[in-house]
Design a protein around this ligand. Structure first.
Ligand code: GLU
Length: 468
């Protein structure tokens, strides 16, 4: 029995480490965490690693790394189910003694036959209760050489129901629930049993999890009821659908959450975006993690599935990049610049970032834009050349080279020669700016060309233009 204060909100995230942390899991973790923090409660991480064959160390690492990237950490030591086997055994014994669990010696073949029979009679395939002890019932003789499973003695009548925090009242008829196997014939405890016992021992007050668990909840409630303990409140989150409206697939967002980091998303953008997948606060689209915690009420969790929208994620990410301190952005992209063998100090990196942070929807795009200023050569596609470069533009560029050669490399001087070229040749700004953009950056769209020229520096400008 736990000794937690009954009024403390204690919430857990309980992933099975059979794969990396994906969006759905990250959102469950985030909502559980935000709910705990909103209620001045405790957030816990429990690794459900009893499926030894499918659980991996890499998956555990990916879960912990992914969560900590998002700023979500366990307030207490991480619990691993594999380390709790003694406790499960102790409770199995207790339940056997109390008569709320019983040994079942039916063989796999026998059980298959029972199910088959039920199916034939149009009933739900179910264990027929051969070994279920009842008052005045004589049980069969125990077969030799057969290790029994342990089954939970589920109430045979009545209903089990709860007020789901998200979906409202949910009820199941007890007669529809099987006498669940809670320990296999090799003695290992099974999934629903472990979850119920862990929630009990961890003093969990609220369980938020995916709605693929709705069918497990009545079983877990019945197990906890049989132990005469307090039952947590449950809330089941509708799933996240992919861009195609189907279950999230790898192509439509179901990647390792750390992939998003690699692709240049900021964790605060990811948190903000994930929070909006199935939860809302008025019409607010942009909010900080502090605001999320302050506002995170269960009432505004959506009852219907949400849809993954990468465009919106990009939009939110651009917002956060645009508003992030330039020095911090610099520290984030310097490793990428170094990885390309450029020396970040060779240029005025902060000014370059200032110029581009308004127009980059990821850190990677920002780094890519920045590196235009570090490269020796710029590639210009034939398509761009064919579309935008002709004799007239070449003539204008030659003039520019000629004048640029003579000036001191200052913003005012650069402004002056561009203005002179415009007026002397009777052209508009775009007619000189566009070819300069193409030759200097390989792009048709850049921030102010004057600033680009200035930051590139005289040498690079002249060498790129002369080569062209
Ligand atoms: N381990 C389960 C899963 O990864 C979650 C169990 C729970 O939250 O109760 O789906």
């Amino acid at each position: 029995m736990n000794s937690y204060n009954n009024n403390t909100v204690r919430v857990r995230f309980a992933p099975s480490p059979t794969g990396f942390l994906h969006l759905g899991g990250a959102r469950t973790a985030l909502f559980s965490w935000a709910f705990a923090k909103h209620n001045n409660g405790i957030f816990l991480l429990r690794i459900e690693d009893t499926d030894i064959k499918r659980s991996t160390k890499e998956a555990i690492k990916s879960i912990i790394d992914g969560m900590s990237w998002l700023g979500i950490t366990s307030d207490e030591e991480i619990i691993y189910q594999t380390q709790r086997m003694d406790r499960y055994r102790e409770l199995l014994k207790k339940m056997l003694k109390a008569g709320t669990a019983y040994y079942c010696y039916s063989s796999t073949e026998e059980i298959e036959k029972m199910r088959e029979k039920a199916r034939k009679n149009g009933a739900k395939p179910k264990y027929d209760g051969t070994w279920r002890p009842e008052l005045n019932k004589t049980l069969p003789n125990i077969p030799e050489d057969r290790n029994p499973t342990i089954r939970f003695k589920n109430p045979s009548t009545g209903i089990v129901s709860w007020n789901d925090l998200v979906k409202g009242r949910i009820s199941f008829k007890n007669e529809e629930l099987d006498d669940l196997v809670i320990a296999r014939s090799d003695g290992t405890p099974t999934y629903n049993f472990c979850v119920a016992i862990d929630d009990l021992d961890m003093g969990i007050s609220h369980v938020l999890r995916g709605d693929d668990h709705v069918n497990n909840t009545p079983r877990q409630i019945n197990i906890l009821k049989s132990l005469n303990v307090k039952i947590p409140e449950y809330g089941h989150l509708p799933m996240i659908l992919g861009t195609d409206g189907e279950k999230l697939s790898k192509r439509h967002g179901a990647m390792n959450i750390m992939e998003y980091k690699l692709q240049g998303y900021l964790p605060e953008a990811m948190v903000n975006y994930l929070a909006r997948l199935g939860w809302s606060h008025n019409n607010d689209e942009i909010f900080s993690t502090e605001q999320l915690i302050k506002w995170f009420d269960i009432k505004h969790l959506s009852k219907s599935p949400s849809q993954w929208d990468p465009k919106k994620l990009d939009w939110i990410n651009s917002y956060y990049i645009k508003n992030k301190d330039t020095h911090i952005l610099a520290s984030m992209i310097i490793p990428m610049i170094v990885e390309h063998n450029y020396d970040p100090n060779e240029n005025d990196l902060n000014s370059i970032i200032d110029l581009f942070k308004e127009r980059s929807n990821s850190l990677n795009k920002l780094a890519e834009n920045t590196m235009i200023f570090y490269k020796e050569n710029i590639e210009i596609t034939d398509d761009l050349k064919n579309r935008y470069i002709d004799e007239k533009t070449i003539h204008l560029i030659s003039k520019f080279i000629h004048m640029a050669n003579k000036i001191e490399w200052k913003m005012e001087e650069i402004d002056r020669i561009i203005k002179t070229i415009i007026s002397e040749n009777n052209i508009i700004m775009k007619q000189i700016a566009l070819p300069l953009r193409i030759y200097l950056t390989g792009e048709t769209n850049t921030p102010s060309i004057n600033k680009v020229l200035f930051l590139l520096g005289k040498d690079k400008v002249l060498s790129r233009l002369s080569k062209a």
